[in-house]
Design a protein around this ligand. Structure first.
Ligand SMILES: Nc1ncnc2c1ncn2[C@@H]1O[C@H](COP(=O)(O)OP(=O)(O)OP(=O)(O)O)[C@@H](O)[C@H]1O
Ligand SMILES: [Mg+2]
Length: 452
C-alpha cells in the first residue's frame, strides 16, 4: 500500500492558469508542483515521479505534445490530462491518440475539477493495488494448496483474496475435478472463520427423507430411530463455513427449507420447538449450470438468486494448458514421496502428451493418473506406454459415471460418443482413440446416431 501523498505536476506557461489550477487542488492532500515550460516539466519528472500531469498543449517553447510523448515513453505509470482552450479540441483529440488519459476544456469548474482529479488518482491507486496483488500471487509458489499460474487461475486467486474476508455467499461452478472444493476451502481459510469448522455437505447424496435432519439436526425421539438429539450441519458449521456441494442435485422440497434458513439465519431442529440461531458462511458448488437447471424447473429461482450473490467459474484444465506442467510435476513430487520412489521422471513424450490431452476429468484425472503411474512404474522414467493405457481407461471411467441403468446399449453408446466428442472438442481422431474404435467406425456411428 502506498502511504505517499499523490504527486501532481501542473505544466503551463501562463502563470495565472498554473496558479488557478494549483489553488483549486490546494488542501486536498496532494503534493503539487508547477512548471512553466516543457523542459522544466521534464526536469522535475526526472528528479521524482508524479502520479498525474496536467498539461497545457500550446506553449511558447517546447510543445505539449512532445512532453506527452516523453512522459509516455519514460514514465508509463504517470497519467497525463491535457488542459485545452475551446479552439484547440482537434489537437486535444490528437493528444488522446498519443496516449493522454483525457482532456479538459477551459474554463474549468473548480468543484468538478477536484472530484475529477480525485477519481483519476483513486482508480490509479486501485489499479496499482491489483497489479501488486497479482504480482504477489504470481511469485508465490503455492496459494493454499492451489497450484498453477495461468492468467485464468490468477483471476480466481485474486477473487479468493478479495472475497474471503467478506461473508458473502458464493456459488462456484465448474466441471468435475476443476478444484471447486479446494477453492471453497481456500476461501474459508483466508476468511476470519479459518479456525472454525469447514463443514461439507454433498447435497446429491442426501436421501430426501433425511435432508431435514442432516441439515438442521433433530431432537431425541423426533422420529423412529432418533434415539439421541443430533446437531445438523448448519449447527456444526456455526461460526465457520458450510460447503453445499452438488447443490443442483438437491431435492426441490429441500430447497424450500434451505432458502428459509438462508434468509432467516435460524431454524428449528426436526421435532424441536426452540429456534436455533447460527452464523454460517455458505459456499455452494455445482458442476451443472444452475441457470439451466432453473430454466428446466429443477432448481428454484429464488434459491438460485440467494446463492448466486457472487459466482466463480472454474475453468476446465484444457482451457488453461499452461498449468498442466506445473500440476503434473507437483503431483509427481507428492506421489514419489508418498510411495518412496525418489527421482522418478516423466519422459519428454509424456510431458508433451499431458499438455495436448483434453483432460475430461480435469485436475482430479491428472492427479489420479499420476498416482497410478507412480505406483505401477518399475523403472526410473514414466513412459508413454503405461500412461496411454491409464489415460484412456480414466476417460472411460469419467464417461461411464453418467450412465443410468434402464438405458439401452444404443442410447449409452450414443451418449458416450457425444460426451467424448465434446471433451475432445470435436476432434474425431482423438475421440476414436479414446473410445478404442477406428475412425471409420466412429464415422459410421456418427451417421447412425445423427451426431455432428
Ligand atoms: N489447482 C490445483 N492445485 C492442486 N491440486 C488441485 C488443484 N485443483 C484441484 N486439485 C486437486 O484435484 C482434486 C479435485 O479437486 P476438487 O475435489 O476440489 O474438485 P471439484 O471441482 O470439487 O470436483 P467434483 O465436481 O468432481 O467434486 C483434489 O484432489 C484437489 O486437491
Ligand atoms: Mg467436489
Amino acid at each position: 500500500m502506498e502511504t505517499q501523498r499523490p504527486r501532481i505536476l501542473i505544466v503551463d506557461d501562463e502563470p495565472n492558469i498554473r496558479q488557478g489550477l494549483a489553488e483549486a487542488l490546494h488542501g486536498q492532500g496532494y503534493e503539487i508542483e508547477q512548471a512553466s515550460s516543457g523542459e522544466a516539466a521534464l526536469e522535475l519528472l526526472q528528479s521524482s515521479p508524479f502520479h498525474l500531469v496536467l498539461l497545457d498543449l500550446v506553449m511558447e517553447e517546447m510543445d505539449g505534445i512532445d512532453v506527452l510523448r516523453e512522459v509516455n515513453r519514460q514514465y508509463p505509470k504517470t497519467e497525463v490530462v491535457i488542459i485545452t482552450a475551446h479552439g484547440t479540441i482537434e489537437t486535444a483529440v490528437m493528444a488522446l491518440k498519443e496516449g493522454a488519459y483525457d482532456y479538459l476544456t477551459k474554463p474549468i469548474n473548480v468543484k468538478r475539477f477536484r472530484s475529477y482529479v480525485h477519481n483519476i488518482l483513486r482508480s490509479q491507486e486501485l489499479e496499482e493495488e491489483n497489479r501488486q496483488l497479482r504480482e504477489q500471487l504470481r511469485t508465490r509458489q503455492e496459494y493454499g494448496q492451489i497450484v498453477g499460474r495461468s492468467e485464468k487461475l490468477l483471476t480466481i486467486l485474486e477473487m479468493i483474496e478479495q472475497l474471503a474476508p467478506t461473508d458473502v455467499t458464493i456459488l462456484i461452478e465448474g466441471e468435475s475435478g476443476t478444484g471447486k472444493e479446494l477453492v471453497a476451502h481456500a476461501i474459508h481459510q483466508k476468511s476470519g472463520r479459518g479456525h472454525q469448522p469447514f463443514i461439507s455437505v454433498n447435497c446429491g447424496a442426501l436421501p430426501k427423507e433425511l435432508i431435514g435432519s442432516e441439515l438442521f439436526g433433530h431432537e431425541k425421539g423426533a422420529f423412529t430411530g432418533a434415539a439421541q438429539q443430533k446437531q445438523g450441519r448448519f449447527e456444526l458449521a456455526h461460526r465457520g463455513t458450510l460447503f453445499l456441494d452438488e447443490i443442483a442435485e438437491m431435492d426441490l422440497e429441500a430447497q424450500v427449507t434451505l432458502l428459509r434458513i438462508l434468509e432467516e439465519g435460524k431454524f428449528r431442529r426436526v421435532g424441536g420447538t426452540r429456534e436455533v440461531e447460527v452464523s454460517v458462511r455458505v459456499i455452494a458448488a455445482t458442476n451443472k449450470s444452475l441457470e439451466e437447471q432453473v430454466e428446466k424447473r429443477r432448481f428454484r429461482n429464488d434459491l438460485y438468486y440467494r446463492l448466486n450473490v457472487v459466482r466463480m467459474s472454474l475453468p476446465p484444465l484444457r482451457q488453461r494448458r499452461e498449468d498442466i506442467q506445473l500440476l503434473a510435476h507437483h503431483f509427481l513430487g507428492t506421489f514419489c514421496a508418498k510411495y518412496h520412489k525418489p527421482g522418478l521422471k516423466f519422459s519428454p513424450e509424456v510431458t508433451a502428451r499431458f499438455v495436448e490431452y483434453e483432460w475430461p476429468g480435469n485436475i482430479r484425472q491428472l492427479k489420479n493418473c499420476i498416482e497410478r503411474t507412480v505406483i505401477l512404474e518399475r523403472g526410473t522414467e514414466i513412459g508413454l506406454d503405461l500412461l496411454q493405457e491409464l489415460v484412456d481407461r480414466e476417460s472411460q471411467v469419467v464417461a461411464e459415471s453418467g450412465i443410468l441403468v434402464g438405458q439401452s446399449l444404443a442410447e449409452m453408446e450414443k451418449e458416450m460418443i457425444r460426451q467424448t466428442l465434446e471433451h475432445t472438442g470435436g476432434h474425431r481422431k482423438r475421440t476414436a482413440q479414446v473410445l478404442g474404435i477406428s475412425e471409420r467406425d466412429l464415422y459410421y456411428k456418427l451417421k447412425k446416431y445423427r451426431l455432428k
